[in-house]
Ligand binder design. Sequence first.
Ligand code: ZN
Length: 396
Amino acid sequence: MATTRDLLNRAKSSVREVQGDELEARLGEVVLLDVREADEYEQGALPGAVHMPRGYLELQVEGRLPDKSAPVVVYCAAGVRSILAAKTMGELGYENAVSLAGGFDRWKGEGRPWKTPRSLSADQRNRYQRHLRVTEVGVEGQLELLASKVLMIGAGGLGSPAALYLAAAGVGTIGVVDMDVVDASNLQRQILHSMDRLGERKVDSAKKTLVTLNPDVNVVTYDARLGADNILDIFDGPSGDGWDVIVDGTDNFQTRYLVNDASLLKRIPVVHGSIYRFEGQVTVFYPYRGPCYRCQVPEPPPAEFAPSCAEAGVLGVLPGVIGSIEAVEAIKLLLGIGESLVGRLLSYDALEESFRVFKMRRDPQCPACGENAAPIVIAEYDDLCLPHVIEAPASR
Ligand SMILES: [Zn+2]
């Protein structure tokens, strides 16, 4: 039977070791894989390293490092675990996995570059443990979500489930725009609010619910009607550098056109949802990567065909389905995973219980995002939502 020493010697003979000076010269060109435990990693790591404790290597490495021909430098604390890890990677088909001689301790002792990685607190590790177990999210993805900013337009039927799930998922900053007060007739579907909030500003009620659900979330409220006078400031967000994603739950055409035009100017993707009776739709308008709202709806339908939510009935659960899908799309955009609904419209029929997907193309003649579109001007729209962009002067 082989001893530990035999095992290690055998691994050493099949794995190449690199020295610190060789690696330092190639930083940025190679994938760095840190196989230490979480508490070791949190004390300091090589910049840009992928963290995957040795115990998870076989289970996670193919998902997180899919390119098996890429050069990978594995390191641990002293250079022993990394040799075993690099050997395993070789057996899994990685062609260029090598081990850092002396590990992180020698690297640090030699005065080479390292940093303290962002990390989750013990409470956060517990709260988000089901995210951490999904390799597409993991610690890095969770940190990304915590650093993300999503603006909800409307704290109503669609905004309620979307904001609740985004807060639960740990999206660090959630903005809420709404000008209404909570009314008993909202409670059939607007699950952010409750009987003890009747008459309260919706943004305040939303904030109470969201921070009670997750104290990690910073809720920024805009108790205002979204208009041409404030939309660009609101889209710039609390730190002035813009929201990462906008979730649109508005129910009127004027606001949708306004949101569309401002999001094109600010280049912020919009997750768009709409509901009517038993039917709902979701898509993602990604500025200049896919169609915009005006590509899809160049002009509003006549008023008699476009009843507002106040007039049209809606099944109370329907916004729960559509708003939840909006939250899924927002999180995918934030994490850069999966296939987003850019250029696709997902349509849901609750009575049939069916989903359909329709392709949507960018209109080269679109007055807002087309090749020859005039500069966008943010303006109040009248009932016809006339596309001011066409009539706008050449300068802005
Ligand atoms: Zn367009």
